[in-house]
Write a protein that binds this ligand. Structure first.
Ligand SMILES: NC(=O)c1ccc[n+]([C@@H]2O[C@H](COP(=O)([O-])OP(=O)(O)OC[C@H]3O[C@@H](n4cnc5c(N)ncnc54)[C@H](O)[C@@H]3O)[C@@H](O)[C@H]2O)c1
Ligand SMILES: CC(C)C[C@H](N)C(=O)O
Length: 366
């Protein structure tokens, strides 16, 4: 990959390579856009097939955070880190503290949090070296694990999408097919069960499936059966790219609404489901609950205030659907339009983030 050509094409600001021999740290911090404020995005720890694959992932995820944060109405830009390593074997205090020092070196241009492969305990170690980390333990007055809050946002967004598809936002009696019942989807199942939805679940982890069956009376199916089940709503909550040429012809759902990042394998799959009349709740809009929650730490964390903001994902999904109808475009394009318009409108107020030398983060700890 010609890095500068790529960065110029998609307008990335900065790419930081971090190497620490003693701890084994190899990390890439990608900062896509700080027009709206400092770049906030999680740290993913993963065993990548190659260094190029890790760089590509960091770049792609960072740009996704620019759009997620903008569409969520946050005054934050987009960035992301990937740490190359196996989260089951390669974690250590030295590694996360070394990483924390690199973040500190960016002096607030980038703020991190959890992502796939990292936990609250890891964020606490990073916090030993820097204040530019969120999703740390409630013991520090912070917000902790973002997953349950992400689930609440997905639940709210699913209701808004259901309203468009079925004429009512009630999920009572609706059949929801959930792919992956991990951290986010377990709590999502709880909300759906409480509202009287019927659940069909799958996971490659049998324990996770059994828990959903026992706790919420869910019906279990094999992983490759989930796409073709009779259901009203398909909720991808495991991997990306599950809306593709192979799965779309199997889908019976009228709504796609789940937590996974990058659900459409390619943009054109968003066009195909639009043509089929499926209401798609764009992934980065519906799964913004976690980032909205951790971002509230920057103002001194208040759970009630954060949950109120997350509740508004319902309204944002409605707004996206209305833009899609108004402009006769698929919802994934409408979401991009919403995010890009906000960034453009705010571009001129950029200097205000450093007005009188005051950074947005100076509000923290007050
Ligand atoms: N945790 C958050 O706050 C958050 C925020 C935004 C987006 N997301 C996205 O939501 C998704 C779920 O996140 P999570 O934190 O719940 O992760 P998780 O790892 O706890 O859960 C994912 C589950 O999917 C299962 N899975 C993996 N491959 C599968 C397959 N082929 N078929 C069926 N199940 C499979 C795993 O066994 C696991 O139980 C991820 O894509 C993540 O990027 C999470
Ligand atoms: C900042 C994090 C809580 C963000 C989360 N990992 C996401 O993809 O939205």
């Amino acid at each position: 990959m010609e890095l500068f050509t790529y960065m110029e094409k998609y307008d990335y600001e900065q790419l930081v390579f971090c190497q620490d021999k003693q701890s084994g740290l190899k990390a890439i911090i990608a900062i896509h856009d700080t027009t709206l404020g400092p770049a906030l995005g999680g740290t993913r720890m993963w065993t990548y097939a190659s260094e190029e694959a890790a760089i590509e992932d960091a770049l792609r995820l960072a740009k996704g955070m620019t759009y997620k944060n903008a569409a969520a109405g946050l005054n934050l830009g987009g960035g992301k880190t990937v740490i190359i390593g196996d989260p089951r074997k390669d974690k250590s205090e030295e590694l996360f503290r070394a990483f924390g020092r690199y973040i500190q070196g960016l002096n607030g241009r980038y703020i991190t949090a959890e992502d796939v492969g990292t936990t609250v305990a890891d964020m606490d170690l990073i916090h030993e070296e820097t204040d530019f980390v969120t999703g740390i333990s409630p013991a520090f007055g912070s917000s902790g694990n973002p997953s349950p809050v992400t689930a609440y946002g997905v639940y709210r967004g699913m209701k808004a999408a259901a309203k468009e598809a079925f004429g009512s936002d009630s999920l009572e009696g609706k059949v929801v097919a959930i792919q992956g019942v991990g951290n986010v989807a377990y709590t999502l199942c709880k909300y759906l069960h409480e509202e009287g939805a019927q659940l069909i679940v799958t996971d490659i982890n049998k324990e996770a499936v059994n828990r959903a069956v026992e706790d919420f009376g869910a019906k279990a199916v094999e992983p490759d059966e989930i796409y073709g089940v009779d259901c009203d709503i398909y909720a991808p909550c495991a991997l990306g790219a599950t809306v593709n040429d192979v799965t779309i012809p199997q889908l019976k759902a009228k709504v796609i609404a789940g937590s996974a990042n990058n659900q459409l394998k390619e943009a054109r799959h968003g066009d195909v489901i639009h043509e089929l009349g499926i209401v798609y709740a764009p992934d980065y809009v519906i799964n913004a609950g976690g980032v909205i929650n951790v971002a509230d730490e920057l103002y001194g964390y208040n759970q009630e205030r954060a949950m109120k903001k997350v509740e508004l994902i319902y309204d944002t999904i409605e707004k996206v659907i209305n833009i899609a109808k108004r402009d006769r475009i698929p919802t994934y394009q409408a979401a991009d339009r919403l995010a890009e318009e906000r960034i453009e409108k705010m571009r001129n107020s950029r200097s205000q983030f450093l007005q009188n030398g005051q950074h947005i983060l100076s509000r923290r700890n007050k």
